[in-house]
Design a protein around this ligand. Structure first.
Ligand code: PLP
Length: 268
């Protein structure tokens, strides 16, 4: 019996195939089609000649973690500990999968705001939890009252996506304040903030959960180098979260991406 009976061909696959068939511009999938920076290509070329082709440490190589930590401080003024509050992942999708597997228990509920990225639901179902889908308003703003009405003592995770795919909607400060006020009433609920399009905004700057103290203490924030550097095929991303949450997510990630620190256990 299928564990995911409702997961078929994704809408991305259907739309990308149609776009190819009709030679149309493909707006259905998040392929940022800006050129890749020459500096990145040359860095890749020269690093490829070095001895870097074996397993990296599971949380990410220290240089990369330090670089990400500096980026988060420059972009959002958030100081963070690269060894305990950051995790390099195989793209944002794997970060989301590992987060849900690590933090959500069977029978618990996860709120998804629709329309939404279709990789949110399968890990919820695989973990034996229940996805609770709530439509965004007509202008793609979250309907905080409807979200609150759906919350109860089984709610474990709320997923937001800001900037939003597919609408491009960027949340206002007042939205994030309402979110903080709402979550203040539900101490057990964790926020999964999918911010993969954080650096691709045009008319309005995105406000990261990284900048809101009361939210970041209870959030897993997901980023994607694939989107930021227009290299979606590289499948590399990262997440930032409080150390206690990262610890749990690492336990799942080490089984997903067996690497040097986790490839072998010696009897215990
Ligand atoms: C909202 C959203 N989150 C996450 C992802 C996946 O990011 P990655 O390619 O880093 O796994 C996408 C890709 O389309 C997306 O649109």
């Amino acid at each position: 019996m299928s564990k995911l009976p409702y997961v078929g061909t994704t809408i991305f696959t259907v739309m990308s195939k149609l776009a190819m068939e009709h030679n149309a511009i493909n707006l259905s999938q998040g392929f940022p089609n800006f050129p890749v920076d020459e500096k990145l290509i040359s860095a890749l070329e020269s690093v490829a000649r070095e001895s870097v082709h074996q397993y990296a440490p599971m949380p990410g190589s220290p240089d990369l973690l330090n670089g990400i930590s500096a980026l988060i401080e420059t972009a959002y003024g958030r100081k963070n500990d690269p060894t305990s509050e950051l995790l390099v992942t195989a793209g944002a999708t794997q970060a989301i999968f590992a987060t849900i597997q690590a933090l959500v228990n069977p029978q618990e509920e996860v709120i998804i705001l629709d329309p939404s990225y279709d990789c949110y639901e399968p890990p919820i179902i695989l973990t034996g939890a229940k996805p609770v889908r709530i439509p965004l308003s007509d202008d793609f703003t979250p309907n905080w009252q409807r979200i609150e009405d759906a919350m109860n003592d089984k709610t474990r995770l709320l997923i937001i996506n800001n900037p939003h795919n597919p609408s491009g909607k960027v949340l206002d400060k007042s939205d994030l304040e309402q979110l903080a006020a709402l979550l203040g009433k539900y101490p057990k609920v964790i926020l999964l903030s999918d911010e993969v399009y954080e650096f691709i905004t045009f008319e309005k700057k995105h406000i990261s959960v990284n900048t809101i103290e009361s939210l970041r203490e209870r959030s897993v924030i997901v980023s994607s180098f694939g989107k930021t550097f227009h290299i979606t095929g590289w499948k590399i991303g990262y997440l930032i979260a409080p150390a206690a949450l990262i610890n749990e997510i690492k336990k799942v990630q080490s089984s997903e991406l067996s690497t040097s620190k986790s490839a072998m256990t010696f009897g215990n």
